[in-house]
Write a protein of this length. Structure first.
Length: 305
């Protein structure tokens, strides 16, 4: 009996609006070269990690300009990404705005209202693109949070009213690699039962980040996450982190044995699709990190082997 083909990474976040990853300062030529590199390894889905964070934005938004006296915009990255997604036959998911302020300070309705106005602007400006295939609600949680439930519920309703496209979230595990007060697998199950019971029917896809727990525990979390998603009618992807959380610096490309372990564990758990945070910095032959060039070669050898 032939072994199963490897479950490849077929989606990636696009991260140029971040608070902990350095900017590559790419323009249209560099991004086109990287989209070609993505397509060469089978990536068919790109997800804008967020359209803006605090006063940084991926396009010259009139809504965000009213919010910030100084709005830092490199160029129209949303338009560029949609054009490249069309050119390379990819689905583009639009990531919402993270104020970095309101939802962290209990002002959830302000976060919702701002995103509603912004996404109306976005759909008017970009909704004609045939590559615009989904929404990504960028507000990440690791346990049940009543305020963020309201963000998910109201924003999902609003986005479905603009365009009934697939809705993605990418939460994370409150694991030992990130938190001193990490929770157990059993507590994780209770928390996400509560979350999924609220968002079922609104959110379509959940892609848990996979880097916060020890490798020995990861298969159990992957199986549990898939079982919970199936129970509540969600599609289960896995957000395979291609950066390393085990090093004393933030964040180098992950070592190949670690990445391979996570890929194979996800396949064994029956995960539907693998996406990564994030190809361009950590897995690309064009990355600002030389180690990512080598990781790309190891990954391609594995796919071809």
């Amino acid at each position: 009996m032939m072994p199963a083909a490897p479950l490849a990474i077929t989606g990636t976040f696009l991260d140029e609006i971040s608070h902990d990853i350095p900017c590559a300062n790419w323009g249209a030529q560099e991004w086109a070269r990287d989209f070609a590199a993505m397509r060469a390894v089978g990536i068919d889905t790109v997800i804008l990690i967020r359209c803006g964070y605090q006063n940084k934005a991926t396009f010259d938004s009139k809504v965000l300009a009213r919010e910030h006296a100084v709005l830092l915009v490199q160029e129209d990255l949303v338009g560029l990404f949609l054009t490249l997604a069309e050119q390379f036959g990819m689905a583009f998911y639009f990531g919402t705005y993270d104020s970095g302020r309101y939802w962290h300070s209990g002002q959830h309705q302000r976060e919702i209202d701002l995103n509603c106005a912004l996404t109306e602007e976005v759909w008017t400006r970009y909704g004609h693109s045939p590559a615009f295939k989904g929404w990504y609600i960028c507000h990440e949680i690791n346990t049940f949070d009543e305020g963020v439930m309201r963000v998910y519920e109201q924003l999902a309703h609003h986005l479905r009213g603009l365009a009934p496209l697939p809705m993605l979230i990418s939460p994370y595990i409150r694991g030992i690699k990130q938190f001193e007060d990490a929770i157990s697998l059993e507590q994780h199950e209770q928390e996400w039962e509560a979350v999924f019971s609220r968002v079922a029917g609104l959110v379509d896809i959940v892609a848990f980040q996979d880097g916060q727990v020890e490798f020995a525990a990861l298969p159990d979390y992957l199986r549990l996450n898939r079982a919970l998603a199936l129970k509540y009618g969600l599609t289960c992807w896995s957000n395979v982190e291609s950066f390393d959380r085990d090093m004393p610096i933030k964040f180098p490309p992950i070592s190949w044995p670690k990445l391979r372990f996570k890929l194979e564990a996800a396949q064994q758990a029956g995960i539907d699709k693998l996406i990564t945070f994030e190809f361009s910095h950590f897995l690309s032959p064009n990355s600002i990190y030389p180690a990512a060039h080598h990781l790309n070669r190891r990954y391609r050898e594995w796919l071809e082997g």
